[in-house]
Design a protein around this ligand. Structure first.
Ligand code: NI
Length: 188
């Protein structure tokens, strides 16, 4: 079977595609009032087309993600983010369209903030939670390639979230510690 990216739709039409709308991200954004206002319209936040060619040791899977532009309060739209169930499993991301970032948080707490734009290749080491963030005004499309046995652990992120947030401050995207943002900016 031939698999091809439809860049207009941001999906691989031959692959199963998951749609995540805002209601699926309840509890992830800082500004609950803004979330509750925006969720009335429940916009699509991202889609994920998954190609699972084969299962088992040595096999690879890949996922094409398209993350819409938007914000909840000052916080840019993001994917839920995950660790791999098999923690050692790494992943390679390739930016294809739009402009944004990959937020990487190693289990030791170290945070990295990598540009994800067309042609940009980002290595996600094992033991590292990863989330994509769209800081632009157009959809962000990217491909991720990972071991078939990696698995996705979303629950760990749901319970702790990332230590940093990416928010618009003075018109620009900024990476800032979650607690610092809450203290300094949220209730101004
Ligand atoms: Ni992954």
């Amino acid at each position: 079977m031939i698999h091809k990216i439809n860049f207009d739709l941001g999906v691989i039409e031959s692959a199963p595609t998951t749609v995540r709308s805002l209601i699926d991200l309840r509890g992830y954004f800082i500004d609950e009032d803004s979330f509750n206002a925006a969720v009335q319209k429940n916009p699509v936040v991202y889609t994920l087309s998954s190609l699972e060619y084969a299962q088992g040791e040595g096999q690879l899977h890949c996922g094409l993600g398209t993350l819409m532009p938007g914000k909840i309060g000052s916080e840019y739209f993001f994917t839920r983010g995950h660790l791999h169930t098999w923690r050692a499993a790494a992943e390679v991301y390739l930016g294809l369209a739009g402009e944004g970032y990959l937020l990487l948080e190693h289990e030791n707490g170290q945070t990295e903030f990598q540009v994800l734009s067309p042609g940009q290749i980002v290595y996600v080491p094992g033991f590292t939670a990863h989330r994509t963030i769209n800081t632009s005004k157009t959809p962000l499309t990217y491909l991720g390639i990972y071991p078939a046995q990696a698995g996705h652990d979303y629950a760990s992120i749901k319970s702790t979230n990332f230590r940093h947030v990416v928010v618009e401050i003075d018109g620009l995207p900024q990476l800032i510690e979650r607690n610092e943002y809450i203290t300094r900016y949220l209730h101004l």
